[in-house]
Design a protein around this ligand. Structure first.
Ligand code: AMP
Ligand code: MG
Length: 417
């Protein structure tokens, strides 16, 4: 099993532990109060603002689970063959008439069971001879019948406040006749990207510049959480430009997020601008990558200053911004599920910070699911995130030997797909 080195984490003492940082963030994430109704067809990814109860039974009537013949089971006392007349034909969407004793009704899947009938014999077990069927019993009451209300009863709560509409939930809402659910309004997130070196990827790269990859990563991550995005683009490395962008974003948005400029260099203006315009509430987390993450507020608008390194943006979004945004959006479940799986690698590096490593969960040749690491784990190596299908978490000062069970969060659990 993984084991923690007892010795020093002195160097890390000024860094905020991840759990503590997350608690502080979540306690500051107030859910938006405004709700709206949307057409169910467009409700995918939206978050329910109230419980959805059913005013009907699903299915609404006892109905046939098979194409066959609706019968009275008492007509079939033994196993001998009998011939009975077909007196009616009931398709899905129709309602038949009462079934007379010693007769059968032709019936199709989903069609309501006529009064008097209490079982359906599948058509493969019947021979048709003129207007009669020849078949044999015994058949017990209820065979091949789907009971009214067996899925949903009147008064059942089928979806809860705070649930995120997945495709199956939209189907479920439709099945109880909901066509305009009430959802929380979308969260408006104001974003900008600091750095004199940044350039958009639509023109050839100039000397000394790099492309603004963080913009595309962040917009994709926010879009997957259904946020409305107010994108102020690239902002130069001056205190004035940073402050202007920050106050403009804070006026328009429910949350402001930035990348870069949160370290300690002279060209890092984000933290200073934040302290001038509002408050810095948290800075520097015990995580790798992502240490310089800053959290604060500008007036009532929360602010998340992410580091500039592309992998740090990705990791801090997954671990901090995502649960924060989900909670602000009104979601019940904000924490991603993780799984314990065996490592296919050794990790003997001494590092005081908790590591979020880009990893791939895959089957090895013996059919066992294991975790491998991308060989370059630098915080600027965005390739690692593209190669990986999840994050491995290695707690501070922990050594891993091949075969040890370690924590893994698949990207799918983080809305990264
Ligand atoms: P900073 O935190 O501003 O010092 O940035 C740290 C590193 O991330 C530097 O190498 C930056 O060039 C890089 N970086 C900052 N912003 C971006 C961005 N938007 N896209 C890609 N790389 C960036
Ligand atoms: Mg910078």
């Amino acid at each position: 099993m993984p084991h923690q080195d007892e010795n020093d984490c002195d160097k890390q003492q000024h860094l905020i532990p991840i759990e503590k940082a997350l608690d502080l963030l979540l306690s500051n994430a107030l859910t938006v109060t405004e709700t709206e109704t949307v057409d169910l067809i467009n409700a995918g990814g939206r978050i329910l603002a109230n419980n959805v109860g059913s005013t009907l039974q699903v299915p609404p009537l006892d109905n046939s689970a098979m194409d066959g013949y609706a019968v009275r089971s008492s007509d079939f006392s033994g196993a001998e063959k009998i011939s009975l007349p077909i007196t009616q034909r009931i398709c899905a969407g129709e309602v038949g008439t009462e079934l007379a004793p010693h007769s059968v009704a032709r019936i199709f899947t989903g069609a309501p069971i006529p009064k008097g009938a209490d079982a359906v014999i599948m058509q493969e077990r019947c021979e048709v001879e003129g207007d009669n069927i020849i078949t044999s019993g015994p058949i017990s009451t209820g065979t091949n019948i789907r009971k009214a209300g067996e899925d949903i009863d009147i008064g059942d709560i089928v979806l809860k406040k705070g649930d995120i509409f997945r495709p199956q939930d939209m189907g479920l809402a439709a099945s109880v006749g909901i066509h305009q659910p009430t959802v929380y309004r979308r969260l408006r997130v104001g974003i900008f990207f600091t750095g004199d070196e940044l350039q958009e990827p639509d023109t050839p790269l100039q000397a000394g510049k790099i492309y603004n990859s963080n913009r595309y990563t962040l917009r994709g991550l926010l879009a997957n959480l259904n946020c409305e995005i107010i994108d102020l683009g690239i902002v130069g490395d001056t205190l004035k430009a940073t402050r202007n962008a920050m106050s403009e974003a804070a006026e328009k948005a429910d949350l402001v997020m930035t990348s870069g400029g949160v370290s300690v260099g002279e060209e890092d203006h984000v933290r200073i601008a934040l302290e001038e315009l509002g408050q810095l509430e948290m800075w520097r987390i015990n995580m790798k990558p992502g240490k310089p993450l800053a959290f604060g507020r500008i007036g009532n608008t929360p602010f998340l200053g992410m580091p500039g390194n592309p992998v740090s943006v990705f990791a801090t979004f997954c671990i901090f911004a995502r649960p924060f945004i989900l909670k602000k959006q009104g979601a019940n479940h904000t924490q991603a599920n993780s799984f314990m799986l065996p490592a296919a690698f050794d990790w003997h590096k001494k590092g005081g910070r908790c590591e979020y490593l880009r990893a791939k969960m895959e089957r090895d040749t013996r059919g066992q699911t294991t975790l491998s690491l991308y060989p370059h784990q630098g915080s600027g190596v965005l390739t690692s995130t593209s190669w990986a299908n999840g994050l491995v978490i290695i707690p501070s000062n922990t050594r891993i030997n091949q075969g040890d069970l370690i924590e893994f969060i698949p990207f799918s659990e983080l809305n990264v797909y």
